[in-house]
Design a protein around this ligand. Structure first.
Ligand SMILES: Nc1ncnc2c1ncn2[C@@H]1O[C@H](COP(=O)(O)OP(=O)(O)O)[C@@H](O)[C@H]1O
Ligand SMILES: [Mg+2]
Length: 365
């Protein structure tokens, strides 16, 4: 529904050029919630602003539905008000001198399309119900809490029934508890109105909780995209793997003679999914999520990839123990069952299930 193809944007500053977005391409399917996830300064806002028509890209094409809204090769650049979008930014910009009703009605009163007072009333009412602010129409915007202001901004973005909703870190100004609550609501809301949503965040947990699909952006490059589950479990690059969560990683080399799905690693021979290229001596990055590793006091029988380690540090955290385990020189952080009997200095056996291991290209990520 939203197609971004080969988008590039460079800013010139007093220190030289900043290549904020470099040849970025991605696709947001109709009705889906798509997260653009990356660290601060990676170019997320710039992409969003290009989609919104607030920034003019120097290369690439942007389509919303069947409409091209920006094409540098075609010399086309639609202004913001002609794009079928609604936006909420990090600073949600609720106008303090207006009532809640007037804040939300604003895009209807001053947009290109004309609405009667009656239509405005019914649309505002509908959208305020959606964000659970009905009944507060006459409140001054300054009398609203942070969470409520966030909802006003959302209502204002939705009131014109945009085809595409653009959200730039909309929850980052809220405290942790409210953020989680709003996260849940946002998910329900965008599903119920079935609006296609492009959501920008640096928070991987937020992206995973909300998104049907996501793209990871670093230094202006989209390095990977797909469903959060897929990228978390089988990332293609170690950069993506590390950005999405903690991982245990080490190098694995195809042994000589090569043997299908076995790599030579600092732990010893390791069973894993068959690597893409299997010529002897080729190195890969081997990655597994700590929660996929099991820890046993006694050496389990009948399992592949059992390696002996030693508990170096143990901290009781209530729900579980946090352990630092020395695994042949590799320090591994694991959560251990609080019902187990663990102690510092104890010898343990870690199992790395072969099917839970990801084998990644060592270079280019
Ligand atoms: N108007 C601007 N002028 C100069 N540099 C900018 C401008 N906007 C963004 N940048 C730079 O472009 C890069 C990407 O910024 P941005 O898209 O805001 O990143 P993000 O939203 O991922 O934090 C940063 O290095 C930032 O400093
Ligand atoms: Mg930003």
């Amino acid at each position: 529904m939203l197609e971004v193809i080969g988008l590039s944007k460079t800013f010139s500053t007093s220190d030289g050029f900043v290549r904020a977005v470099r040849d970025a391409s991605f696709n947001v399917p109709q009705g889906s919630f798509f997260a653009l996830l990356g660290p601060s300064g990676s170019g997320k806002t710039t992409i969003l602003r290009c989609v919104a028509g607030l920034e003019r890209p120097e290369a690439g094409e942007i389509r919303i539905g069947d409409q091209t809204v920006s094409s540098t090769s075609g010399g086309l650049y639609l202004p913001t008000y002609l794009r079928p979008i609604g936006m909420v930014f990090q600073s949600y910009a609720v106008w303090p001198h207006m009532t809640l009703f007037d804040n939300v009605a604003f895009p209807l009163r001053y947009g290109r399309q004309r609405f009667t007072e009656e239509e405005i009333k019914s649309r505002v009412k509908e959208v305020l119900q959606l964000v659970k602010l009905d009944g507060l129409e006459q409140r001054s915007a300054t009398q609203l809490s942070g969470g409520q202001q966030q909802r006003v901004a959302l209502a204002r973005a939705l009131v014109r029934r945009p085809r595409l909703l653009l959200l730039d870190e909309p929850l980052s100004n809220l405290d942790a508890k409210l953020r989680e609550e709003m996260r849940r609501e946002l998910r329900e809301l965008t599903r119920s109105v079935r609006v296609t949503t492009l959501y920008v965040t640096h928070d991987q947990a937020e992206a995973m909780a909300l998104a049907d699909e996501a793209a990871i952006i670093m230094e202006g490059n989209i390095i990977e995209s797909g469903s959060p589950q897929k990228m978390y479990t089988s990332p293609k690059t170690s950069k993506a793997a590390n950005f999405l969560g903690t991982s245990i990683a080490f190098e694995g080399i195809v042994p000589s003679p090569p043997s299908g799905s076995i790599l030579q690693t600092p732990l010893g021979l390791l069973y894993c999914p068959r690597p893409a290229e299997a010529a002897p001596g080729i190195a890969f990055q081997v990655m597994i999520r700590p929660e996929d590793v099991s820890c046993h006091a006694d050496r389990p029988v009948g399992l592949d990839n059992i390696f002996q380690g030693r508990i170096k540090k143990l901290i009781f955290l209530g729900a579980y123990y946090e352990a630092a385990i020395d695994l042949k020189g590799l320090e591994v952080q694991l959560y251990l069952d609080r019902h187990g009997s663990w102690s510092e200095g104890q010898t343990v056996h870690l199992c790395l299930p072969p099917e839970r291991i990801a084998v990644l290209q060592l270079h280019g990520g």
